[in-house]
Design a protein around this ligand. Structure first.
Ligand code: F6R
Length: 364
């Protein structure tokens, strides 16, 4: 049942405020600012290192979470793609946790990476959408994301719910390790509880995004740029676009632009820039101006302050609500998804069943 939507993907994008509220309720019980994990004595004060492994979109959720665990909890993090990790057979130091992120819980490479870590890491954690899946069953602690069934092949609501659970896990780590004050923890808890309404405000940009997407459908290539927490999101935006619209897209950390990819920029190249008005904004804007000087078509996704400051020369501006810095990747995922969705619809591709792809990759 598509709930009145044209595609499952559209339905699942629209469901995000509701399912994320559900996910947050499970780990951040009302009446307190503490993240509570079910049935575990896990204490991040006894952990020196976190290893996170996944594939595809779930891997980008891990890359985002690396910024959170490092910045908020001062915990060193290694992130890898499961197919590389499993054959590299890396050493797993003492006092390590291994964490596997998978919507289906059945991805063959992720499961093999988990089995490699079993008996080497202190504990095996997973973040999954399917509680009875193999990855959940073989973990010491399986955290559900509570996104509900995801039918569209391109992952959307599972990604944002993975992010929400990983952020809450990073906050639990920060509390255990004493790296954030009670005020800072309360500030994050309040921002998380406000997230569903901020996501609704992001979804309100649907028409503006559809009209920008209509002008992108003829493109052969696109670039996605971001810094900090927006860099993994740029990777996710490029993946979404490739999967369902078949437009070639690449993502770069904004600071890498001048080390090569700027050679691609001409008046045919759309460049999507994710840049909330935060402490990295000025740096990203100067990269964006380098793109404009070479006639690249810049689509800036930012808040009202950011768009007002950088309006000149934009090909399109997509207005996001103001959002707590830590939560920006969850909110900016919405325009990344909608841009891919509307571009694919404008091209007439099969959005829910893109060619050559399967929902669950159970062979390597
Ligand atoms: C992208 C997508 C894939 C999956 C990847 C991992 O939209 O859906 O990249 O994220 O195949 O799948 P899970 O999370 O089931 O392990």
């Amino acid at each position: 049942d598509k709930g009145g939507h044209r595609h499952f993907m559209a339905k699942e994008i629209a469901e995000q405020p509701t399912v994320i509220a559900e996910s947050i309720r499970h780990y951040l019980p009302a009446g307190g600012d503490s993240v509570i994990l079910p049935d575990t004595d896990l204490d991040f004060a006894a952990v020196d290192r976190l290893t996170m492994v996944a594939c595809g979109t779930a891997f980008y959720a891990c890359l985002t979470a690396k910024y959170w665990f490092e910045q908020l909890a001062r915990l060193p993090v290694e992130v890898d793609i499961a197919s590389e990790f499993r054959y590299r057979e890396p050493p797993i130091p003492a006092r390590s946790l291994a964490l596997f992120v998978s919507q289906s819980g059945e991805t063959a490479d992720t499961l093999a990476a988990l089995r490699y870590c079993a008996g080497k890491a202190d504990r095996i954690l997973s973040v999954v959408n399917v509680p009875e899946s193999s990855i959940a069953r073989e973990s010491d602690l399986a955290l559900q994301i509570h996104a509900g069934p995801e039918i569209g092949v391109a992952s959307t609501k599972a990604f944002t719910c993975q992010l929400a659970v990983l952020l809450m896990l990073a906050l639990k780590a920060a509390a255990d390790r004493g790296t954030l004050s009670a005020d800072q923890l309360a500030d994050h808890a309040a921002a998380l509880r406000g997230l569903p309404s901020v996501l609704n405000a992001a979804l309100d940009q649907n028409d503006a995004i559809r009209s920008a997407a209509g002008r992108l459908a003829q493109s052969r290539d696109m670039l996605f740029l971001g810094r900090g927490l927006m860099y993994p999101l740029a990777l996710e935006g490029a993946l979404k676009l490739k999967e369902i619209s078949y437009i070639h897209a690449e993502a770069y950390a904004s600071g890498e632009l001048k080390h090569g990819p700027i050679a691609l920029i001409d008046d045919q190249m759309p460049v999507v820039v994710f840049a909330p008005r935060d402490r990295l904004f000025d740096k990203t804007v100067s990269n964006m101006q380098e793109v404009m000087a070479r006639k690249g078509k810049v689509i800036l996704v930012s808040d009202a302050d950011g768009i007002a400051e950088a309006a000149e020369g934009l090909w399109a501006g997509i207005h996001m609500p103001h959002v707590h810095e830590s939560l920006a990747p969850i909110v900016y995922a919405v325009p990344a998804q909608l841009l891919a969705y509307h571009t694919a619809v404008a091209k007439g591709t099969d959005v829910d069943q893109p060619r050559n792809l399967a929902k669950s990759v159970t062979v390597e």
